[in-house]
Design a protein around this ligand. Sequence first.
Ligand SMILES: O=C([O-])CC(=O)C(=O)O
Ligand SMILES: [Mg+2]
Length: 545
Amino acid sequence: MTAPLQPKRGATLLNDPVLNKGTAFSAAERDAFGLRGLLPPRVMTQDEQLERILPGVRARPTPIDQYAYLVALHDRNVTLFYRLVMDNLEEFLPVLYTPTVGQACEEFGRIFRRSRGLYVTSEDRGRVRDVLANWPHDDVRMIVVTDGERILGLGDLGANGMGIPIGKLTLYTACAGVSPHQCLPITIDVGTDNTALRESAAYMGVRDPRMRGEEYDALLDEFVEAVKERFPLACLQFEDFGNHNAFTLLEKWRDRTCTFNDDIQGTASVTLGGLLSAAKLTGVPLRDMRLMFLGAGEAGIGIGDLVVQEMIAEGLTELEARQRCWFMDSRGLVVASRTDLAEHKRRFAHEYDAVASLQEAVEQLKPHALIGVSGQPGTFTPGVLTAMAANHPRPIIMALSNPTSKAECTAREAYSATDGRAVFASGSPFAPVTYKERTHVPGQGNNAYIFPGVGLGVIVSESSRVTDEMFAAAARTLAGLVTPEDLAMGRIYPSLTRIREVSRAIAIEVAKIAFDRGLARTARPDDLAAAVSAAMYEPVYQSLI
Ligand SMILES: O=C([O-])CC(=O)C(=O)O
Ligand SMILES: [Mg+2]
């Protein structure tokens, strides 16, 4: 037997959140590593630790207090943190992710204790690779990066946006089993145009207005190149960038490195998955649906593009498919005669008269599905919802803006304005609604069903690219896992309790595509499903001796 490769001892070992087991260090480990006396005497199992801790978390008075408690647990014992979260996903996803993560970003300065992730700033031009060199782990496989300009539907939160990459990567581990040490959250802090935040005492970011234009582009180029060099196998996920930069960066890099934009492509995939399973409820296949989007930004256009691809796969021409997708933005219906349209909207601008209000547009165009990606709460008014219900027996209503406070309507509003006929889903969770003695369970149409599995598939295959074909496959896989029982409750997504199974199934399909298309940088395993399972992290303590 060789001696254990475990150099840390005593208090240093207890202070390492990855190695620390707290009271679960065995008697032998306590002897071997100088822990005797440094811990309460009783050796506890992980289950006993959970039993001790859970009531404490649940007793926190508000979700944001629970968030802070869980962050503190993560800071001292990563394994126990993931055990607790993974065993209670439905309960803690809304705390670590939307909606509470939005509040955590807004209050980042108050909650902050121990720093996590990397900050690259406008001051780092010319030395980004030195910043990346400081990261202590070399085998990074999943990076989530934000510049904080459009955090959920909350707008510009500058460096406080770091809560989002941290939250997303927590889901990579909890939902798909990507190892925590392979995950790296990054914030590119180029200042913020949120002046109130910038001038507040608690703000920890760069106190300048946002850097834009050529300087910004040069910093981002340097950043992506430095990532490729330092972490050659990593997948780079762009998250919560402003519209212009999100589209530009995706176009620039999608064919040159392993990257995707979650707000464009992940949201597209989860929405397509929802529409495919909604088709089973309404009896109208996707190719026959007319879709109305409120909001023509990253999410809206991303969904439109993926839906068009899928409609083509179902037999339509590209022109026919585009004609089925209609967009409203803040200035009205997106039509060809408008001269104010950003590039990404033009491919969906149809020959049609100007229409100013959503309700009028719904009355005239009679969409089967109404998709809210506007960040504007309350915009699915009772009038809009009633108009949807007048045209179709089962109108599809998706209020996808996050967090909950930005949803275009609530679940109850959707069910009550449509006499319980709506097929409703939302980006952030809503509790079941009982309307006229029937309980409806809303589905959560959140990209959390997609990105963890896609990332795992990319990691296992060491894919060099993330492709739209992968997101289409992820959507079909997701829809395929929705059960008749889910549909009977009105839910067009599988239960969140099955998210590991969902992520695993998506990972297998994504990896298959990587191998089939020659994108993989590793040998194809004989049993791909087994390889994916074997790659999934389990939060169990490893014996140190
Ligand atoms: O984070 C979420 O819940 C979904 C998402 O990407 C966004 O809203 O920007
Ligand atoms: Mg996002």
